[in-house]
Design a protein. Structure first.
Length: 404
């Protein structure tokens, strides 16, 4: 791909090592892993090696990893699977207002079938207060599902603390860690996690493969019924090449994590500082420090996120406005509304998410063109007419506006 790719939260390029690990499972080792002959056993061995690699990345046991078709499926499996398995125990789940739609829409689906759902609010930085989790737990609560880091604004939640509360109250704790696995250290035991969703394509693995960690002893009902694959937890012939790719991506992520955190955070910080300093009426969204090392998300007033995206695309720069799923529709992001932004500000959101291949030169190139793009769009845009005249002269210190 030519251009500057600042959309790693949407998806990441598949690493060449990952493709190389997958290829033999298309070309030579293509047996059905359930077959008893040696060709099948060869496939099964590749899949089991991958299970160990994924487990190692999470501090889990291999038998606690259930491969799925995506992060979305893992989220659905966690919520639906526990609510079915625990229907005699209770009928209440707790989640947050800023979850990915894979969790929120699944919670709504369950709610329409009689489950009670509490959607916890977040503060202006996107943080869930663990005290709110504690207060929301009732006798009928069966599951708490709070994401590890938000895909739009990058805020990282106090997962360990929330997990400890759930453990103490004997409520299952699920976390959607699709944006953190492979990018930040995750240890399911230390963080008191019972169920965790991950997705390969968010950390340089292939698309269409994910996993759900299910702590030993936790019972879930399957979503997909059939031949009893994955110890009866997810039937269907496994996507062996994809699973092998996920395993290799997990191995590489563990190996390169420290370097990648430092590299991404340097680029992220320059993006945030540069954008806020050179674009008047812009503000950071998400937590100032407790945020993903690769996420620079901002809101620019008096301009539409979509227009910024298209102008950036014209310059060969790929970014996102809100989440990939909401861009293309003109609905303001539920995450930005939940942190208290008014609709007009939320419409001017821009998410830049960097990755291992990005350079400081690319960041500087972006910072060179972006202020001009905003200025041009504001000059053309009908919504900039709402802008007070004094604002057009520029703000001396855009940082002052960072949390308005
Ligand atoms: N959860 C979060 C936080 C995400 O960012 C995404 C992807 O955008 C998903 C779940 C869904 O993952 P997948 O694309 O593998 O279905």
């Amino acid at each position: 791909m030519k251009g500057i790719y600042f959309d790693h939260a949407a998806t990441t390029p598949t690493r060449p090592e990952v493709v190389a690990a997958m290829l033999p499972y298309y070309q030579e080792k293509w047996g059905n892993p359930s077959s008893l002959h040696s060709s099948g056993r060869e496939s099964a061995a590749g899949m089991e090696a991958a299970r160990e690699q994924v487990a190692a990345l999470l501090g889990a046991l291999p038998e606690e990893i259930v491969f799925t078709g995506s992060g979305t499926e893992a989220d659905n499996q966690a919520l639906v699977g526990t609510s079915v398995a625990r229907e005699r125990k209770g009928n209440h789940i707790i989640t947050s207002a800023i979850e990915h739609h894979a969790v929120l829409h699944t919670a709504e689906f369950l709610q329409n079938r009689g489950l009670a759902v509490t959607y916890l609010p977040v503060d202006s930085t996107g943080m869930v207060d663990p005290a709110d989790v504690r207060a929301a737990i009732t006798k009928s609560t069966i599951l708490v599902s709070i994401m590890h880091a938000n895909n739009e604004i990058g805020t990282v939640q106090p997962i360990k603390e929330i997990g400890a509360i759930c453990k103490e109250r004997e409520v299952l704790f699920h976390t959607d860690a699709v944006q953190t696995v492979g990018h930040l250290p995750v240890n399911v035991r230390e963080m008191n996690i019972d169920l965790l969703s991950l997705s390969a394509h968010k950390f340089y693995g292939p698309k269409g493969v994910g996993a759900l960690f299910v702590r030993k002893g936790v019972r879930i009902a399957p979503l997909i019924h059939g031949g009893g694959h994955e110890r009866g937890r997810r039937s269907s012939t496994e996507n062996v090449p994809g699973i092998v790719g996920l395993g290799e991506a997990a191995r590489l992520a563990a190996q390169d994590m420290q370097w990648e955190i430092t590299h991404s955070a340097q680029l992220r910080d320059r993006l945030i500082e540069g954008a806020l300093a050179h674009v008047p009426d812009s503000m950071l969204t998400g937590h100032p420090t407790q945020r993903l090392p690769n996420n620079a998300s901002i809101c620019v007033r008096y301009v539409e996120g979509e227009s910024m995206l298209l102008s950036l695309d014209f310059e060969g720069i790929f970014a996102s406005s809100g989440s990939a799923c909401t861009s293309g529709s003109l609905e303001a992001s539920h995450v930005l509304l939940a942190i208290g932004l008014p609709h007009d500000v939320a419409h001017g959101s821009l998410r830049l998410t960097v990755g291992r291949g990005n350079t400081m030169e690319e960041v500087d190139h972006f910072l060179g063109v972006f202020p001009g793009i905003v200025e041009r769009l504001r000059a053309m845009s009908p919504i900039s007419a709402e802008r007070p005249a004094s604002d057009f002269e520029g703000t001396p210190d855009a940082h002052d506006h960072a949390h308005e």
